[in-house]
Design a binder for this molecule. Structure first.
Ligand code: ADP
Ligand code: MG
Length: 277
């Protein structure tokens, strides 16, 4: 494949300064202060309605952070700001010490190492599980210049390691459309991992899962934490209590309380908001 061919969205549009193998500033992700994500005083308005209103949040590198809060609190809007889908009217959002996410486009933010999983699984149903992971890797623009007709052994090994992690080795050759809902969700997480993100954003990842699948997801997320940073928006409080390093409670577009699940449950205003006392 000639490098001169313009591939859809392939890297050529990166304008945000230094790049490493086509990834904007990825080599420059600086987490030396311990944190990987800084949201400071973020404001987002929709037709005058303040969806986010002075939202500040810092997430440590390798942390598993859960974000909870009533419907309309701004959880999804917060994810949209991090991934560049929505631009804040106020405030700053930094990936590590130096990467100003407000200066990057959505694809550039993805390449910088932020992966997002939406609620509905979006796997290629007619392709096998293995092929889905392979396609996710090839969709990674950094691979294009060296793309070969056959997978090299390093790429194969990465796919196999991911299959083990998401426990789909026995299903590798099955079409993804035949997987259970939970298995599809894990496959999609595997597809994100193929792109080597540093930060994973998961919006309601266990919604619709069986109890066994939910338990297995908790194990997976605990396994991923440390190697990756995870921000998980989830309504299932037992699930949150079982996995979170820290919990941030969002209410009316800002953080109302933060700490361990136990700490936020004791918080006076949280009790008021959730239990109406
Ligand atoms: P959550 O995910 O916590 O339920 P959202 O971030 O989806 O909350 O929404 C926060 C508030 O912003 C809600 O009141 C919602 O109706 C509003 N909102 C979100 N996105 C838009 C949009 N694109 N246009 C107008 N209002 C929006
Ligand atoms: Mg939401």
């Amino acid at each position: 494949m000639s490098q001169g061919i313009a591939l859809p969205g392939a890297g050529a549009d990166i304008r945000a300064g230094p790049t490493v193998d086509g990834r904007p500033l990825a080599g420059g992700l600086d987490t030396s202060h311990g944190a990987i994500l800084y949201l400071e005083n973020i404001g987002v308005s929709f037709d005058g309605f303040r969806a986010l209103n002075g939202l500040s949040l810092t997430v440590d590198d390798g942390e598993l952070r859960c974000v909870i809060g009533p419907n309309g609190a701004g959880k999804t809007t917060m994810m949209d700001v991090i991934t560049g889908k929505t631009r804040p009217d106020e405030g700053t959002v930094f990936f590590g010490q130096t990467i100003d996410l407000a200066r990057l486009t959505e694809p550039e933010i993805a390449h910088a190492g932020i992966g997002r999983k939406f609620q509905k699984p979006t796997v290629f149903e007619q392709h096998t599980v293995f092929e889905n992971l392979e396609l996710a890797m090839k969709a990674d623009k950094r691979v294009f210049p060296t793309l070969r007709a056959r997978l090299d052994s390093a790429a194969r090994d990465r796919i196999l390691r991911t299959l083990e992690l998401i426990r789909l080795v026995p299903d590798a050759k099955r079409p993804a459309g035949l997987l259970s809902h939970g298995q599809k969700q894990w496959l999609e997480i595997g597809m994100l991992l193929m792109q080597e993100p540093r930060l994973l954003l998961l919006d309601e990842p266990v919604a619709g899962m069986t109890d066994a699948e939910t338990k297995r997801s908790a194990e997976l997320f605990l396994q991923l934490a440390g190697d990756y940073t995870l921000i998980v928006v989830e309504h299932d409080m037992d699930f949150v209590a079982g996995i979170a390093d820290r919990v941030s409670v969002l209410h009316e577009g800002r953080v109302l309380a933060e700490g361990s699940m136990h700490q936020v449950q004791q918080h006076e205003q949280v009790i008021e908001v959730f239990l109406g006392r």
